[in-house]
Design a protein around this ligand. Structure first.
Ligand code: GLY
Ligand code: MN
Ligand code: MN
Length: 448
């Protein structure tokens, strides 16, 4: 049986280059990288399989039950892939498999073996390698296997085998590669963001009083699916006061005409995530109070996006958002006191309790250090961050009832470029006038 070519096709030279770059940093070492395990949902049903990001970054191999081994300088081959064997019977039930032949032919493994040979081959591969690069602590079952293999190498010491001296965190090296997105990755992230922006536009067009949050969620996620994607994280579709619950995912309340709707949802395309939040009025028209809070968050978001540029420190854009929000909260009468003192004690935290963003990439909260030697690192071209300030005004006795239950967040995905930045998610409207006119079009469409 000849393995079917990968579908959709991909450029395997990209992953060759990544493996080579990693191996250059691994002198005397070996890297062992399993893909993610299956995760049971119940009985004999599993959650949809999603590869481990580090494994997929280095191999593009989409199947479960696979382990990549990188052994720089090894004569018989440096890139080994262990994977499921072809099995005509199982493939009728569960789908096509590449098998070891496909791993070599389509994924450029120098050598490939059935996954069942892992235990027999790994101790020997670890012999005489001073360092083993692994993601220790990520998959408990795999950690136990590593320790067993180490024990087996040690047991061979009297026959002259040298057991590894160090287990090294693979992420330390690999995640520094992943934090800078190369042009092929930028392209995928642009696509994930464009698909997600289209989904947010669709939500704005269809939204109407009386709909349930879950109906809007279905419309959004339909756009993801049509593009071959899936939600990159559980979508938040939060009407009215639900927007003040930061990780609200019940998505099962009816939408009321006078309320805002906050949607935080992004698609994952070929394992790259978008992460976009938009907030808009269920009935298509912002009230005075909603408009005031929204404009405050939008001003903070713009100030923060401006601070995302090369050579600015990663912490700067959060500071920019906090300053703008503090000014606005004073203007709205929601904070009282002297600006400097309010900022110093973080008084805004009552209404803005999270940070302004995070790395974005294969994982929605992507890998990479935020600080180096205790200091916020400098931004560099190719880095991608989210910029997502918000204000959340829960009901409280000391706050005028007109503000109660207003929760607003605006989140874009920003790529640092040589001269500044590129907003990957600009296709999702965020100006009040744009939102109101798109929603008015939607309402006309619905009446037709
Ligand atoms: N959607 C997750 C986040 O915004 O961080
Ligand atoms: Mn988000
Ligand atoms: Mn986010």
């Amino acid at each position: 049986m000849h393995p079917a070519p990968p579908h959709p096709p991909f450029d395997a030279s990209i992953h060759d280059n990544r493996r080579r770059e990693l191996m250059r940093c691994m002198r005397g070492g070996i890297a062992i990288i399993p893909t993610a395990p299956h995760r049971p949902r119940n009985g004999d049903v599993q959650f949809p399989f999603r590869p481990d990001s580090d494994f997929y970054y280095l191999t593009h191999f989409p199947e479960p039950e696979a382990v990549a081994v990188l052994a720089p300088g090894r004569e018989e081959g440096e890139f080994l892939l262990f994977c499921r064997e072809r099995d005509a019977e199982r493939e009728i039930w569960d789908g096509r498999r590449q098998g070891p032949d496909g791993a070599r032919e389509h994924y450029r493994a120098d050598q490939s073996f059935p996954i069942g040979e892992l235990d027999a081959r790994l101790p020997e591969l670890m012999e005489d390698r001073a360092k083993v690069f692994v993601n220790m602590g990520r998959y408990a079952d795999f950690d136990r296997k590593l320790i067993r293999w180490l024990g087996e190498v040690r047991a061979q010491r009297r026959s002259g085998a040298h057991a590894p001296e160090e287990f090294v965190d693979l992420g330390h090296t690999l995640h520094e590669m992943r934090v800078i997105k190369k042009p092929d990755e930028q392209k995928l992230m642009r696509k994930a963001a464009a698909v997600s922006a289209a989904a947010h536009r669709r939500a704005m067009r269809v939204c109407a009083p009386g709909m349930n949050e879950c109906e809007v969620q279905a419309e959004l996620e339909c756009e993801f699916g049509r593009a071959g994607g899936a939600p990159a994280y559980p979508s938040i579709v939060a009407g009215g006061g639900n927007a003040c619950i930061l990780h609200y995912t019940d998505n099962n309340h009816a939408l009321a005409g006078g309320d805002l709707l906050l949607i935080d949802a992004g698609a994952e395309i070929d394992c790259y995530a978008a992460d976009i939040t938009r907030t808009f009025p269920v009935n298509g028209k912002f009230s005075g109070e909603q408009r005031a809070v929204y404009e405050a968050v939008l001003a903070a978001q713009r100030a923060a996006v401006d601070a995302v540029r090369p050579d600015r420190a990663l912490g700067d854009y959060h500071a920019a958002a906090c300053e703008t929000l503090t000014d606005a909260l004073i203007d709205l009468g929601l904070l009282r006191g002297e600006r400097g003192e309010l900022l110093e004690r973080g008084a805004y935290r009552r209404f803005y309790m999270h940070r302004t963003g995070h790395w974005l990439g294969m994982d929605v909260h992507d890998v990479g250090d935020y600080k180096i030697d205790g200091k916020w690192r400098l931004l560099e071209p190719g880095m991608v961050v989210t910029v997502e300030p918000g204000l959340y005004i829960g009901a409280a006795e000391d706050i005028d009832a007109k503000w109660h239950g207003i929760g607003v967040r605006i989140e874009d995905d920003i790529l640092v470029t040589r001269n500044g930045n590129e907003n990957l998610s600009e296709g999702a409207p965020k100006e009040i006038s744009e939102i109101e006119s798109l929603m008015a079009e939607g309402a006309v469409g619905a009446r037709r």
